[in-house]
Design a protein around this ligand. Structure first.
Ligand code: CA
Length: 221
């Protein structure tokens, strides 16, 4: 379960910080969003689960959940709400939520419920490109069956490239895939990561490498 990527959508700054730190301590890989628009934008990056506040400044969390489902996002959604009534529960489930937790709650309970919903959702299929297999559940990478050690950032970058293997992936998209929202990532940093990935793929004997297209993007081919 370690390394499962969770999108946490909460507008309350203090609570968001508690959620980020707490869930990271529980071994989750957490990405924050502060409103519905941010959640929908980030959801395209791919997550294993979403923790979604119902009372967001720009939208009702249940509407955000419906929009996620309409966009094909099928991962578990756990709602957080201040109003713990039976009606809230029912509308939450009918909006496509998997679980419901009333504030205030214990972080350990949220983590436990996330694990249960993730187990119920089942393992995600590994991404395969050429001789490369990336397992998004265990965060492991193999080349022709041999393990390759990657850092979480390297893994996310390679997964983004493998998801569009053979096609150009823009640098902006790679930065979004590799780092948390708002992180300051210089061109130089991204280039260093990509050259490390090239070296690791070469050392592992992969037939694939990461090529550059005139500074606009990169492709795994
Ligand atoms: Ca709120």
């Amino acid at each position: 379960m370690t390394g499962r990527r969770v999108l946490v959508v909460e507008d309350d700054h203090a609570l968001r910080d508690v959620l980020l730190r707490g869930l990271r301590d529980e071994g989750f890989d957490v990405v924050p969003a502060r409103d519905g628009a941010g959640a929908l934008r980030l959801a395209a990056e791919g997550f294993d689960a979403v923790v979604l506040d119902v009372g967001l400044p720009d939208a009702d969390g249940r509407d955000v959940c419906q929009a996620l489902r309409a966009n094909g996002c099928a991962v578990p959604v756990v709602f957080l709400t201040a109003h713990h009534t039976i009606t809230d529960r029912l509308t939450g489930f009918s909006a496509g939520g998997d679980d419901y937790l009333a504030k205030p709650f214990h972080l350990a309970e949220l983590a436990a419920r996330l694990r249960v919903t993730l187990r119920r959702a089942g393992p995600q299929a590994p991404a395969v490109a050429g001789d490369l297999v990336l397992d998004p559940v265990r965060f492991t990478c193999t080349v022709a069956g041999r393990p390759v050690g990657l850092t979480p950032t390297e893994f996310r970058l390679l997964a983004a490239l493998a998801a569009s293997a053979g096609s150009l992936v823009r640098r902006r998209e790679l930065v979004r895939a590799g780092w948390p929202e708002g992180a300051q990532v210089t061109d130089n940093t991204l280039d260093q990561y990509l050259s490390r990935l090239r070296r690791k793929l070469r050392t592992a004997g992969s037939t694939l490498t990461v090529t550059t297209s005139r500074g606009t993007g990169h492709r795994l081919s």
